[in-house]
Design a protein around this ligand. Structure first.
Ligand SMILES: Nc1ncnc2c1ncn2[C@@H]1O[C@H](COP(=O)(O)OP(=O)(O)OP(=O)(O)O)[C@@H](O)[C@H]1O
Length: 330
């Protein structure tokens, strides 16, 4: 018994001098929609290829659906649907004929029920109307849906999808996302890679963050949000006094004029009006309650005209973790 659909220990892949995947310990809970997030080139595809036995690991181990890989490949693969680097469809064959070809290549798929299986998979991804159309005439979104249909020909316990919305227009993207949600609603574990933070936020229950081959964070989305640093902002015409009070309570104010929160687009001086200034200070691990801070400021004669506790956004958290910005557009 295992409650992890995917587990890796020290999984590593080196290409000559380059370490593409650097000792990662993945833990993907069964039933989760796990977003495997990272900038281009951070090692997501290489990890997925190792998980599916498409490339051997240099070091470390991987278990998929409780089975050691790649030793258990034959047993596990029938339970895993995969969409990696867009399947190679024959452009001159219809969508249905393409799926029938892939189905025929699967020795676990009974020929007698092939036609029904293909029809059901096309129906599932909303392509029944285009079943007889040549795949070469499909739009990119339709091709991607055909790829998903291919992954769904057999009942699956795990779907592994590498950047399934890459290159799709907004409509195609919405369709594919809504399909992924429907797979998850059926109880299938979905492991989906993406370089889009917004996509992972919208789709996923869990997330693993890759940066330069390393897994720099993983957990639920909420875990990740909570692990970010919070800060307070005080709007006051008495910034020096406010800074001293905060320092006395163990909070070290950010330098005046410095951008207080990484990624936030509002430097302190610009946001304040009149004779007010904004004093910001990061909250440490065990900060005083906000009301205690306000009380201390007021007690010391600081004219508090505004007070705010700011949580790090996920985007800021990712920037902190990876040292790079993410594409955040949906
Ligand atoms: N077959 C290979 N030979 C040599 N280097 C490789 C090979 N495959 C991947 N790499 C390198 O390994 C690193 C990680 O690549 P990978 O494709 O896994 O990243 P990724 O996160 O999936 O990025 P992308 O979103 O661009 O696909 C990259 O620097 C890439 O150039």
């Amino acid at each position: 018994m295992t409650d992890l659909a995917i587990r890796t220990d020290g999984l590593t892949k080196r290409f000559r001098a380059q370490t593409a995947v650097d000792g990662i310990d993945l833990a993907v809970p069964s039933g989760s929609v796990f977003g495997f997030l990272g900038p281009n080139g951070s090692g997501k595809t290489t990890t997925i290829r190792m998980l599916l036995g498409l490339v051997g690991a240099t070091a470390g181990s991987a278990q998929v659906l409780g089975t050691d890989m790649p030793r258990g490949l034959d047993r596990v693969l029938p339970r895993v649907g995969a969409l990696v680097e867009g399947p190679a469809f024959a452009p001159f064959l219809s969508g249905a004929a393409n799926l029938a070809r892939f189905d025929a290549a699967d020795r676990h798929a009974a020929p007698a029920t092939r036609r029904a299986r293909v029809a059901a998979a096309l129906d599932r991804v909303g392509l029944s109307h285009a079943a007889r159309k040549k795949a070469g005439a499909y739009s990119l979104g339709m091709k991607q849906r055909l790829g998903l249909a291919n992954a769904l020909l057999m009942p699956r316990d795990l779907l592994v999808l590498d950047e399934p919305t890459n290159g799709l227009d907004p409509q195609g993207t919405r369709e594919v996302r809504s399909l992924i949600r429907s797979f998850a609603a059926d109880g299938t574990t979905v492991f989906v890679s993406s370089h889009l933070l917004a996509e992972v936020e919208q789709l996923c229950t869990h997330v693993g963050v890759m940066s330069a081959g390393r897994l720099v964070a993983q957990g639920t989305l909420d875990d990740l949000r909570r692990s970010g640093r919070s800060s307070i902002e005080v709007l006051t015409p008495d910034p020096d006094r406010a800074g001293a009070v905060l320092a006395g309570l163990g909070l070290v104010p950010d330098d005046a004029g410095a951008d207080p929160t990484p990624g936030a687009d509002r430097p302190a001086e610009h946001a304040a009006g009149g004779d007010d200034a904004i004093v910001t200070a990061p909250l440490g691990d065990d900060p005083p309650a906000p009301e205690a801070l306000v009380a201390a400021l007021v007690a010391d004669g600081v004219r508090v005209r505004g007070f705010e506790v700011r949580r790090t956004s996920l985007e800021q958290r990712f920037v902190e973790l990876t040292g790079e910005g993410f594409d955040v557009v949906a």
